[in-house]
Every structure is written in structure tokens, then in C-alpha cells.
Design a protein around this ligand. Structure first.
Ligand code: TYD
Ligand code: MG
Length: 486
């Protein structure tokens, strides 16, 4: 948000992306949307008339900085003198949730939980509320989407409901904030931010202005009272949280609950986290009695046991601090189109293109006239470059119709020259594989030392080509002979 010189002027927002413009527009210069301009309310904070000059004290951010913490408002303080105690975290009682948050809830933080309709956002937050309440904290759960009765029914499935969990079905934000001020809960949950509105503002609930202003008011409440506030956010077709872009900037963390398409597993991951890493991921299973934390997610992402079909490879991906064994499936078939198809799910298509090029040039697999499909099981997305080798092997295995050696994992980042680069925390990944019953692991030769004592047969590798020779159990023939697997 840029502050204009004349704050009393009306401004316009794009309802699609939240872009702000001083005058009306038919075509948003930021996102390209048509007819998305919406009038923003005049700024109340500067209603003192002409007081908008840059010298005047601005009521902006200072409104939510906890007072008395660091001397006078507007006065810089030595960083070293800021108390560290304020970063203390509180456990939620849900280990997977804590993990994604970076170890627990930071007091006064504002968190946004997004996800497709029906994925389990309300269930997750009600479970969180119940968990906190059972530990003796008071929690205010505000719903603008469901009736008291509906929520009571859901809570019944989730177990015992402690008296310190308060429920308010309300869409008027002022009423919500008054109730919060009155009850001073240990945590506030608002389901969802798109249903909240302020009567003094124009636009219906869910409009850019309402979402922005309501979130801002809740931000002030969170920072002022040091109460953690959880917002549920709807997502758009494109997968982002609906409403203005600023919403994501305003909050301390954006968490996504994903995975509806993949049976009953749900993955919670942070897209943004001011208090922790964005790599951590929590895995849940949706049961009749709510979301259950999955203690060993590797088991969830491997299909039943010992698969030795061509095109199937197991990779040990590092998700945050946690190694996860994930099955990758590839299918290579003769293309009937001029341009062969390369389709992926859960894997970056550009990295697939690189791997295919490496397989062509460095190993001699003629994939140029073949469609290549790659799927990652469990609805996960593999971002970890250490999974390159496994994906490359899955493709080659399908192409040559040769399965990988039984109970083997392959690890390594594939470089353009076809050589294998080191992967981070190899030992942790190998230990996870050994625990799940794998017996053999291919990994970059340079890391032979890291693999000591992991309990697997080590297959040190220098190049992708070597991986084919040793893990497919067959020497890959010269390019000319590799016309078709048939
Ligand atoms: P919900 O939390 O209402 O989703 P969201 O708030 O993201 O729209 O969850 C809806 C789905 O979860 C619904 O299809 C029913 C299912 N569910 C269970 O399977 N078990 C349960 O214990 C609960 C409460 C819901
Ligand atoms: Mg809901």
C-alpha cells in the first residue's frame, strides 16, 4: 500500500488482485483483469483533514505495536535491548501443526489457513480450538459460515468439548471484536475472513475492501492484545487465498491444507512463515473422528510395499527437517503427436524437461518421440533436487521396461553433464529408508562417508549412466539400439 499525498481522495482497488490506483480503471494494469475496479473507502486514519503531510505523525503501523515495550513510539531502540521472551511459543497440542508453525504458536501472531472447500479447514481449526481448550486455555471460535448447531455436531465427532471453548456465530466484525475484548480469549479463530464485514464500509463480505479492512482490524487486535488469531481463508480457482494480495502480506504465516484429490491424506504446509521455515510439512489423515496426525508419513506415500514394476521408483525427499519416502511413477509411451507430451503431477515440468534432455544426451535414451508422464504419489510436490535421480530412473525404467532393483532407493541431484551432485542430509534420508525396509541405496559417490552405518547396501554413483547400469540391473544400450523398448 502506498500512501497517497491526498489521503482524503477516493481510491480504487482491483477486486481480483488488490492493486490500488488513484483513479478508476477498466483494465487492471497489474493483473490485466477487466471491470475489476472497486471504490475504496476514504481512509479514516487521516480524517484530521489536511494532516497528511509526511512530517505529521502517522497512525499507521504504530497502532498495533505493543505499547511500552520499547520506549516512545517512533523512537528507534537498540535491537539488542529488545526482550527475547516475546518470541516464546506455545504448543497447540497437535504436533504436526506445531511443526508447520515452526515449533508452536507465537503470541500475537496472525495466521491464515487456506485450502479448497471441504478439505477440512474448519475441522482442523476446531480441533486446534479443542486442543487448546483442553489444555486450559480459553478459545473463542467465531464462525460466519455455519450455525451453532452445525458446529456442535462437528465438535461431537471430535471428542469432549471443554467449557473454555466459546462459540460465536457472527459475521459483523465489530461484534466479534467486542466479544473478543470482553472474553479476552487465549486464542481467536475466525472462520472465515471472507464472511466478515464491517457495517461502516461499503461492499459485501468477501470484497477486497472488506477482507482487507477486517484483516487489518484483526491484525491490530492480535498485536495489541498479544492474542494469536487464526483466519480461515477461501482459495480461488488459481489456488491462492481469495481477496486482496495484501492479506498475505499482512499475516505472519500462510498455511495451506491440501490433498483432497488424494484419498484421505491431508498435507499442511506453510507458504509463508515469519517465525519458522516454510519447508516443514504436517501430514494428517481425515477420519470419521476428525484429522489424525500421521506419525510416519513415508508409509502413507509409498504404495503397498514391494513394487517392482517398470516405471516405479522410490525417492527419499527432504521436506523441511523430515525425510519422506515417496513413490514416483513414470510412463513413457510412443507419441502419436508431432510434439510429444510431457505431463507431470507433483513435479516441476521444467525439471522434467532437463532430466529428459540429460537422459537423451548423456545416457542415450531416445525419448524425443515419446510421451513422458510423471506422477508423485500422495499429492506431494517434490521440490527437493535430491529427488532428480529417482525421477530419471523411473523414466528410464519405464522406457526400457525394466524394473528397478527390489527395495532400492536412488538419491542425487542430476547436473546437465549427467553427473550426480550431493544431496543434503543424506544420512537422515538413508536411515528413514532403512527403517521402512529398504535394503539398497544409490547416492553420489562423494557422499560415501555420510552413508556409513545407515544399514543399507551402498551403491556409490558418479553419473546417471552408472545409476542405470547398477540399479536397473541392465546396461543401457547405445543410442541406436534404444529405439523402442518393445
Ligand atoms: P470441513 O472442515 O468442513 O472443510 P472446510 O472448512 O475446509 O470447507 O470438512 C469437511 C469434510 O471433512 C467433510 O466432507 C466431512 C469431512 N469430515 C470427516 O471426514 N471427518 C470428520 O470428523 C469431520 C468433522 C469432517
Ligand atoms: Mg469450513
Amino acid at each position: 500500500m502506498t500512501r497517497t499525498q491526498k489521503p482524503a481522495r477516493t481510491r480504487f482497488f482491483c477486486t481480483a488482485c488488490g492493486n490500488e490506483q488513484p483513479r478508476w480503471f477498466g483494465h487492471c494494469p497489474a493483473c490485466g483483469g477487466w471491470n475489476t475496479a472497486s471504490e475504496a473507502p476514504p481512509e479514516r486514519a487521516t480524517k484530521g483533514g489536511k494532516g497528511g503531510s509526511s512530517a505529521a505523525p502517522r497512525p499507521g503501523p504504530a497502532r498495533w505495536v505493543p505499547a511500552g515495550q520499547a520506549g516512545r513510539a517512533g523512537e528507534p531502540v537498540p535491537l539488542a535491548s529488545v526482550e527475547l521472551a516475546h518470541a516464546a511459543r506455545e504448543r497447540t497440542g497437535m504436533r504436526e501443526f506445531d511443526r508447520v508453525l515452526g515449533g508452536g504458536i507465537v503470541p500475537g501472531s496472525l495466521l491464515l489457513v487456506g485450502g479448497d472447500p471441504g478439505i477440512g479447514k474448519s475441522t482442523l481449526l476446531l480441533q486446534l480450538a479443542l486442543g487448546l481448550a483442553r489444555e486450559g486455555r480459553s478459545v473463542l471460535y467465531v464462525s460466519g459460515e455455519e450455525s451453532e448447531h452445525q458446529i456442535r455436531l462437528r465438535a461431537r465427532r471430535l471428542g469432549e468439548v471443554p467449557p473454555s471453548l466459546l462459540l460465536l456465530c457472527e459475521t459483523d466484525l465489530e461484534t466479534v471484536l467486542e466479544a473478543a475484548a470482553r472474553t479476552a480469549p487465549g486464542a481467536l479463530i475466525v472462520d472465515s475472513i471472507q464472511t466478515m464485514s464491517r457495517s461502516d464500509l461499503e461492499g459485501g463480505p468477501g470484497s477486497v475492501t472488506q477482507v482487507r479492512e477486517c484483516a487489518l482490524a484483526l491484525l491490530h487486535y492480535a498485536k495489541g492484545s498479544r492474542t494469536p488469531v487464526f483466519l480461515v481463508g477461501h482459495v480461488t480457482k488459481e489456488g491462492g487465498v481469495a481477496g486482496p494480495r495484501v492479506l498475505e502480506h499482512m499475516v505472519d504465516a500462510v498455511l495451506y491444507l491440501e490433498g483432497e484429490r488424494y484419498q484421505h491424506y491431508r498435507v499442511l504446509r506453510a507458504a509463508k512463515n515469519r517465525f519458522g521455515s516454510t519447508n516443514e510439512l504436517g501430514v494428517f489423515e481425515m477420519l470419521e473422528t476428525g484429522l489424525r496426525e500421521v506419525a510416519n508419513p513415508s508409509e502413507a506415500f509409498l504404495s503397498d510395499g514391494n513394487r517392482t514394476e517398470p516405471g516405479v521408483a522410490v525417492v527419499a525427499s527432504l521436506e523441511g527437517s523430515r525425510p519422506l519416502l515417496v513413490e514416483v511413477q513414470a510412463l513413457v509411451s510412443t507419441s502419436f503427436y508431432g510434439t510429444p507430451q510431457r505431463v507431470t503431477s507433483g513435479f516441476d515440468p521444467r525439471r522434467l524437461a532437463v532430466l529428459i534432455a540429460v537422459l537423451e544426451r548423456r545416457v542415450g535414451l531416445r525419448l524425443g518421440r515419446h510421451d513422458v508422464f510423471v506422477t508423485v504419489t500422495g499429492g506431494l510436490t517434490l521440490d527437493d533436487p535430491g529427488t532428480d535421480l529417482g525421477v530419471a530412473l523411473a523414466i528410464a525404467s519405464s522406457f526400457r521396461s525394466r524394473p528397478l532393483l527390489e527395495r532400492s532407493v536412488a538419491l542425487g541431484e542430476v547436473s546437465l553433464s549427467g553427473e550426480l551432485r550431493r544431496v543434503s542430509r543424506l544420512d537422515a534420508r538413508l536411515r528413514e529408508a532403512a527403517q521402512l525396509g529398504f535394503v539398497r541405496a544409490g547416492f553420489p559417490r562423494a557422499q560415501l562417508q555420510d552413508a556409513e552405518g545407515c544399514g543399507l547396501e551402498a551403491v556409490p554413483l558418479t553419473t546417471v549412466r552408472e545409476a542405470f547400469d547398477l540399479l536397473l540391473g541392465e546396461r543401457v544400450a547405445a543410442p541406436r539400439a534404444a529405439e523402442d523398448p518393445a
